[in-house]
Design a protein around this ligand. Sequence first.
Ligand code: AMP
Length: 426
Amino acid sequence: MPFATLGLSPALVHAAAQAGFATPTPIQAEAIPAVLQGCDLLGAAQTGSGKTAAFALPLLHQLQLSAAGGPRRVRALVLVPTRELAAQVGEVLRSLAQHLPSPPKVAVVFGGVSINPQMLGLRGGADIVVATPGRLLDLAERNAVRLSAVAHLVLDEADRLLDLGFSEELARVLALLPKRRQNLFFSATFPPAVQALADGLLKQPVRVEVPQTAGNEPAIEQRAIAVDAARRTQLLRHLVKEYGWSRVLVFVATQYAAEHVAEKLYKAGIYATPFHGGLSQGARNQVLQEFKDERWQVVVTTDLAARGIDIAQLPAVVNYDLPRSAVDYVHRIGRTGRAGESGIAVSFVTPDAEAHFRLIEKRQHLSLPREHIAGFEPAEDPAVALPTGPQGTGGIKGKRPSKKDKLRAAAAQAAAASASAPKKGL
Ligand code: AMP
């Protein structure tokens, strides 16, 4: 189904083509006609599904139709959980709007940076505001923005908004909006608090759900490599060189590790840089832009970059440290293989983290064989040493121990037996 059949103006169909969108993604095909009709929308969709354009295109269409003379008033408000997502959504709106006969003015505001330039940017009004809730309230309190003409509200990544503790700010923003308006609600997950928020906000919404099925699942090749903790940086260097990845996002557990690993890679001649919440907003924006421009080959980050960030054609993600939860795992690996492109997600599984990774696999209904890379085999591999008899965990599906593995397991068992024997006599 081409974009031209969805009811968008020719200028916006052209804008979609200019953005490189040949056909609508499933969520776009369903959401765009409904939003054009003025319906409320409940979208159950992840980042990567094309949800930004699913609301941006019909919003731009409606704003063109309702454009009137006189002072600019904020007619569409997009609330997002993070600064990065705000910047990204603003960029999508501006780029899709650039071919319109009278492009709307898009203002993007978020906390963590000086408020003054944002106040200046809002001088003379704006047609669309993309905002994190806290900063928007600050601006409203300073009379830099008025929300009394908002006709379209988008809540993007509503689950994340609540996760980050924005519910009170959200309620205060909602109280500033006119009662009559269109509400578009997007969330990847629907725990009770998110569902309650949706129920309170939406009137007879059209529901658009994009289940992750074989057809729309991004082609992400998932791999798990068994390695000792102390060899991970060397293994990472080896993989970056071996596969010639143009860009890699590497996830670690702490800001310190992000700095440390990036520095080690850099010293080894790989263009690597850290990205984490300890950097100033200016520095974070710069790293993201430079990564997009392919000036960095490796960005080493905490979970800060796990959600919301879209870097087209990111070929690889590496879990240097494993994520805390299966949900974080999904978000991390979702940074690659976006919009139908293929990607690779590699997890380093150290002996200590083996049990934790099994839990993630269980939650994800995954069973990845533990790979051994020549020269980086772990000294002690619990995947092999664990008993495989009826009382054992059954080992890992898909991984048949090699002769060498079996010998190693037997040696480990013998060592364990001899280590425990004298203790009995103590
Ligand atoms: P989103 O889910 O909005 O974060 O979008 C994820 C990625 O999909 C972005 O890189 C978009 O540029 C891309 N995208 C959105 N719609 C389409 C489409 N119809 N065809 C191809 N790529 C798309």
